[in-house]
Ligand binder design. Structure first.
Ligand SMILES: NC(=O)c1ccc[n+]([C@@H]2O[C@H](COP(=O)([O-])OP(=O)(O)OC[C@H]3O[C@@H](n4cnc5c(N)ncnc54)[C@H](O)[C@@H]3O)[C@@H](O)[C@H]2O)c1
Length: 462
């Protein structure tokens, strides 16, 4: 077990040659923790080995740190220990390389005393009332905190409302008799992972970090500075928490605006994609956002409502968030109306039609189905009596999900299979689709992603 470079000798031990810090037990703890990160001798614990935790684990392992991964899912832990990835865009080879330099996964949280850092990357969904569900963070904290010891830094990365770190984690740690900012250090540092985007890896994305105290801040900078190119310190954990929410709210609101503009342009018989691409030639002051069939993924449809909930405590209403949520939520129904009209124009009804949904992952080139708008599209179309199938090169079998399960397998796209459907609903613009083949053989296409920019007889833009 590796706590410090050299053992701390006692509460009043001083550090020879340390000019910057007050001599003493607490300063020695921080100094040794920082140097353990600087010289890569620290062990890093990643808690929650999902879309966020797994790439982070790889980044630390590649940098030369020993990493222990904690997860409650025994199946994932076993797979990872066998050197297998369970996420499409993370290669098994990378897991094997991490294993070769000491990475191991475990479900045994009593080992939380071993790492010098505990980085929490567990889910933060909404509950049935669309309110923050912190149960994953709280159960993780309750499992880790009894095993914490002086000289550790804990970092929360899960997206959450401002105040979570100080209101939930801090008291739990202090109830254990550990002094935060002196014996242990607590920071919030949001994840900025963009799964499936080959342009950015975890190392290259600047990392925001706010500490509960200045000493916590220093520990956080050392933890992340050892593995990423740029750490951006902010004044508090609450600042860091709100920074992450602003980033996601910015996207949700602007996508809402793009969706509203799409409806207006449609009524005016103007092509919204032509408008957006033209506006994007402005070299300053305009950022293009694109409409779609509705929001998807674990972040954008969910995170803004963490702030909505917290703002109520201050008597405030998050009007932009609510409005964007309303517009974005209405998108699947708007798309289904387009499907209905398209079939109707060929003398058909949704009831009894054979419809193939192209793409069920929530965005292009990933296998992640969380909150995917395709799920709602399939549900509504089935309810109206359509016979719905799907094709997604990234999702060969429709996975079992908490609230949905369709007994469907991905349909292979051939000339014959394409031609056999009454309508193809293009919901996710995966790069792997052969769009020429699809367009050539489909009777009707409803395109929700602006793939077909030309006006084509069998394509309806939605
Ligand atoms: N996926 C993204 O692109 C992304 C981007 C930025 C931020 N985030 C945020 O990061 C957090 C994690 O998201 P994710 O996409 O990695 O989720 P995920 O569902 O892919 O992974 C979470 C992992 O945590 C594990 N887990 C659940 N409860 C646990 C517990 N009590 N102890 C230990 N492990 C536990 C799960 O088994 C799973 O392996 C969320 O707050 C999310 O909002 C995600």
């Amino acid at each position: 077990m590796q706590y410090f470079e050299t053992p701390v000798e006692g509460k009043n031990a001083s550090i020879p040659g340390n000019d910057d810090m007050q001599p003493g037990y607490e300063a020695a703890i921080l100094k040794r923790l920082i140097s353990a990160f600087e010289n890569r001798r620290a062990t890093v614990g990643i808690v929650g080995l999902g879309y966020v935790g797994l790439p982070l684990m790889l980044t630390y392992a590649e940098t030369g740190f020993k990493v222990i991964g904690f997860d409650i899912d025994a199946e994932k832990v076993e797979k990872l220990n066998q050197g297998q990835s369970y996420i499409e865009h993370i290669r098994s080879k990378s897991i094997q390389q991490a294993r070769a330099v000491g990475f191991e996964a475990t479900t045994d949280f009593s080992r939380a005393s071993e790492p010098d850092a505990l980085i929490i990357c567990v889910p933060t969904p909404l509950n049935a009332y669309r309110e923050p569900d912190l149960s994953f963070i709280l159960s993780t904290a309750d499992a880790l905190v009894p095993h914490m010891r002086p000289g550790q830094v804990m970092s929360l990365e899960s997206t959450t409302y401002p105040g979570t770190t100080e209101e939930e984690l801090l008291p739990r740690i202090e109830a254990q008799g550990l002094k935060v900012g002196e014996e242990v250090f607590l920071v919030y540092s949001p994840e900025r992972e963009d799964p499936g985007n080959p342009e950015f890896n975890t190392r290259a994305i600047p990392k925001i970090c706010g500490g509960v105290t200045p000493a916590c801040q220093q520990a956080g900078i050392a933890l992340y500075g050892a593995a990423v190119e740029r750490v951006v310190p902010v004044r508090s954990t609450r600042t860091a928490e709100l920074t992450k929410l602003l980033e996601n709210i910015h996207r949700a609101v602007n996508i809402g605006l793009a969706n509203e503009m799409k409806i207006i342009a449609d009524k005016m018989d103007i092509d919204i994609y032509e408008v957006i691409h033209a506006a994007a030639t402005k070299p300053f002051g305009f950022t293009p956002y694109f409409p779609g069939p509705g929001l998807g993924g674990h972040c954008i449809p969910i995170d803004p409502f963490y702030l909505t909930w917290k703002a109520r405590q201050y008597g405030l209403h998050t009007r932009f968030i609510e409005l964007a949520g309303e517009i974005n939520n209405d998108m699947p129904q708007w798309v289904v109306n387009k499907v209905t009209d398209a079939l109707n124009s060929c003398g058909k009804s949704v009831n009894g039609s054979r419809i193939l949904v192209l793409g069920i992952a929530y965005k292009k080139d990933v296998d992640d189905m969380r909150e995917s708008p395709s799920i709602r599209l399939i549900e509504i179309l089935q309810k109206k009596g359509a016979e719905v199938a799907y094709s997604d090169p990234h999702v060969p079998v429709f996975p079992k999900m908490r609230a949905h399960h369709f007994m469907l397998n991905s349909v292979e796209l051939t000339r014959e299979s394409i031609a056999s459907y009454d309508l193809l609903l293009l919901a996710t613009n995966h790069s792997a689709f052969d769009y020429d083949l699809i367009q050539k053989h489909a009777k009707l296409i409803v395109d929700t992603r602006g793939v077909y920019l030309d006006n084509l007889a069998n394509v309806v833009k939605s």
